[in-house]
Ligand binder design. Structure first.
Ligand code: GRF
Length: 188
C-alpha cells in the first residue's frame, strides 16, 4: 500500500493534477485518498474523474471559524492520511488540523519565501520589481507561509510579465518541486 495523501484545494487544481499524474506512475510511493475544498473549486473535477472521494467544507456553512476548523479536520481525518498537501488552498489552517497532522502538512507557495508570503505572492513580487522569484515548498505551521522551507526553485521575471504569465511559469517549476518533496517524504 502506498502513502495516502489528502489534498486540499481552492482553485483550478493544476497542482492537484500534477500530484494525480505522479500518483499514476508505476511504483509511485503515494496515492491521493481524497480531495477536500473550501469552495466549489474547479479542480475537484480532476479527482471526481478518477473516482477519488471529494468533499466541500465551506466556511459559510458553519457558525464560526472554530466550528469550520473542526469540520475540516474531521473531513481530512475520515481518510486517515499520512500526509496532508495544500495545493492552492486559500485558507489558514486552524488548531485542530495542526495538532493532529503537525509536521505532516506540506504547502506550496508561488514566491521565494520568506519574501512575499500571503495570498498574492506573484503579484507582490512583480510589484516589488524583483528579477528572480520562484516557488517554495514548506512545512505548514500556524503562521502565514512561515513554516520550515523544504525546497525552492527560481524563475526569472521577464520585462513584459503579467501576474498571469509569471504565475504560469512559476507553476511549471512549482509542480515538479512539490511532487518531488512529496515523493521524498513518502520514501522516508
Ligand atoms: C499555486 O501556484 C499555489 O502555490 C498557489 O495557488 C496556485 C494553485 O494553482 N497558492 P492551482 O489551483 O493548483 O492551479
Amino acid at each position: 500500500m502506498t502513502t495516502p495523501l489528502v489534498v486540499l484545494i481552492s482553485g483550478t487544481g493544476s497542482t492537484l493534477q500534477a500530484l494525480l499524474a505522479a500518483a499514476r506512475e508505476p511504483r509511485a510511493p503515494f496515492h491521493v485518498a481524497a480531495v477536500i475544498a473550501d469552495r466549489d473549486a474547479a479542480g475537484l473535477g480532476f479527482a471526481r474523474a478518477e473516482g477519488i472521494p471529494t468533499e466541500i467544507v465551506r466556511l459559510r456553512d458553519h457558525p464560526d471559524r472554530e466550528t469550520w476548523d473542526r469540520a475540516l479536520a474531521a473531513a481530512v481525518a475520515a481518510h486517515d492520511p499520512e500526509l496532508v498537501v495544500l495545493a492552492g488552498f486559500m485558507k489558514l489552517l486552524g488548531a485542530p488540523l495542526l495538532e493532529t497532522y503537525g509536521g505532516r502538512i506540506l504547502n506550496t507557495h508561488p514566491a521565494l519565501l520568506p519574501s512575499f508570503p500571503g495570498a498574492h505572492g506573484v503579484r507582490d513580487a512583480l510589484a516589488h520589481g524583483v528579477k528572480i522569484t520562484g516557488a517554495t515548498v514548506i512545512d505548514v505551521d500556524a503562521g502565514v507561509d512561515t513554516g520550515r522551507i523544504l525546497a525552492q526553485a527560481a524563475v526569472a521575471v521577464a520585462e513584459d510579465d503579467t501576474e498571469e504569465t509569471l504565475h504560469a511559469r512559476i507553476k511549471q517549476v512549482e509542480q515538479p518541486l512539490l511532487v518531488e518533496v512529496v515523493r521524498r517524504r513518502c520514501l522516508g
